[in-house]
Design a protein around this ligand. Structure first.
Ligand SMILES: *Cc1c(COP(=O)(O)O)cnc(C)c1O
Length: 496
């Protein structure tokens, strides 16, 4: 099999292997690593439908991560997708009111970030061994809530790694915050910054781009890497569950072989939906990719006008993991629709960093036909949680509700009745207050942990272990810093 190499979206990098791209996270020129071609899955959908999650993971990942051996990949997969997940299907599909909710929240931190972050540490440690890296790997992460905890859970006490997470002090849910500040592991550090998610992400990106810092760290035996969704070690494991969902629908008789399905994804950094796009390009019969935004609807506007413009008010919503104005992974799509032309990509990204906005060409816009953008207001999001619960008894979280609303609006507007998979990205237990308030405003008067018990009774589901744990866990991370102090915080933790 020929090796699949990865280059930068901005063209400035010689091509690297998958394991090198995973170790580096971001290319030296500030671009994102992209595969030089999107491989076709070498199996039929019928064959796919007979595979377990772990077998599907191997079938997909071996096509993208070609410099990993069979033994290495299978060992990473076995260690990632085990009883940390509370269902044996890992990502079950659940039908409610005619849509298929792909539940991606059965892992350690009950959000979809676990799907990729339970395997990334194993891919990274394997990649370090393969490339004879002796430095300690320092994971730097900016989080809007869910990535942080999932990355901490994945990397805690993994030998040869340290992990530092920055989160917006006032921009995550109380449960998200509690999950992070109670994180165990001597190699972990969690810091609240006085700024929003984009500030945290820009601060982390600046450190990755700082050659002097890189040199200083290397002299002390450290090297930075990223667990953010720009790492292809996150993106590739996310392709798996779209293939798996298709197989599950086929197996259950909900669709026939080859029948196209639509996919709706509640979107922030554009990682999850990009994985669905790659799944489509790799041969999974997917029709429309429906990109659902909350009131930070920069992507909705982009799909409608061809103009990406982050110059707007940043809105705090009930779906905080989608409160993002710079969707980093969109750069990979821009690169694709520019005909894999890195000069165009680099010019647009330069414009974005200088002016906060760019406009794509009509030819590029024409290449966006696979996508549809929609958004849900806060009121529509709450109404969808309540409507679905009243009609079916099924309780969804606000992120999933954004997608569910957008899917139903799309269907009504276009008459496209293809079966649709909705990426269900968080457990309702992670956003209990918003969920319960949507079901009945009277619940807003109760305190968080009582609400959890009410949710359990009302939905007939068990309180997840991830929630039980934080009820009593002590706070271990009290650190806060200003936006400008992030580098000092990193150095202090590494004692340099
Ligand atoms: C991260 C996250 C999203 C957004 O996913 P992207 O890959 O950043 O688009 C949506 N919902 C939840 C619950 C998340 O944690």
């Amino acid at each position: 099999m020929s090796e699949l190499l990865y280059g930068s979206t901005r063209g400035g990098e010689r091509k690297v292997t998958a394991s090198q791209a995973i170790l580096k996270g971001l290319a030296d020129d500030g671009g994102l690593f992209v595969p030089e071609r999107i491989p076709a899955l070498p199996l039929s959908m019928g064959e796919l439908s007979r595979l377990s999650y772990q077998e599907t993971a191997y079938a997909v990942m071996k096509e993208f991560l070609t410099d990993f051996t069979e033994e290495e990949l299978k060992s990473c997969i076995a260690r990632a997708y085990d009883d940390k997940f509370d269902v044996k299907e890992i990502a079950p599909v659940r039908e409610a009111d005619g849509a298929y909710y792909l539940e991606l929240f059965h892992g350690a931190t009950i959000a979809f970030k676990d799907m990729a972050l339970s395997i990334l540490p194993h891919l990274m440690v394997t990649a370090a061994k393969k490339n004879r890296v002796s430095n300690e790997i320092v994971i730097l992460t900016a989080t809007s809530g869910d990535t942080g905890k999932a990355a901490l859970a994945g990397f805690a006490d993994v030998p040869g790694t340290k992990i530092i997470v920055f989160y917006p002090r006032d921009g995550v849910s109380p449960i998200q915050k509690r999950q992070m500040v109670t994180q165990k592991g001597e190699n972990t550090l969690v810091v609240g910054i006085h700024g929003n998610f984009d500030d945290a992400q820009s601060g982390v990106k600046a450190m990755f781009g700082d050659r002097a810092l890189e040199k200083e760290l290397a002299e002390k035996g450290f090297q930075l890497s990223s667990a953010n969704s720009i790492n292809i070690g996150r993106l590739v494991p996310q392709i798996v569950y779209y293939a798996y969902a298709y197989g599950q629908l086929l197996k259950s008789g909900a669709i026939s072989d080859g029948e196209e399905i639509n996919v709706t994804v509640p979107t922030g950094n554009f990682g999850n939906i990009l994985a669905a796009y790659y799944a489509k390009r790799a041969g999974v019969p997917i029709g429309k990719l429906i990109c659902a935004s909350n009131e930070n609807k920069v992507l909705f506007d982009f799909f409608r006008t061809g103009i990406y413009d982050r110059n707007r008010e940043f809105i705090l919503t009930s779906s905080p993991s989608m409160d993002i104005l710079i969707s980093s992974n969109l750069e990979r799509l821009i690169y694709q629709i520019a005909g894999c032309d890195s000069e165009t990509d680099a010019a647009l990204m330069k414009e974005l960093s200088e002016t906060g906005r760019y406009q794509i060409t009509p030819a590029m816009e024409a290449a966006l036909g696979d996508f549809y953008g929609g958004y849900a207001s806060e009121a529509e999001t709450a109404a969808e949680i309540s409507r679905l619960y009243e009609k079916t008894g099924y309780v969804i979280d606000p992120h999933t509700a954004v997608a569910s609303h957008v899917y139903r609006a799309y269907r009504a507007q276009t008459g496209d009745t293809r079966k649709t998979v909705i990426a269900s990205t968080a457990s309702p237990y992670k956003f209990t207050r918003s969920v319960m308030k949507a079901i009945d405003p009277k619940y807003d008067e109760m305190e968080d942990f009582s609400l959890i018990d009410v949710l359990s009774a009302l939905s007939g589901t068990a309180v997840p272990a991830a929630i039980e744990e934080i009820r009593s866990a002590p706070v271990r991370h009290k650190g806060q810093c200003e936006i400008g102090e992030m580098e000092n915080v990193v150095k202090a933790f590494l004692k340099i």
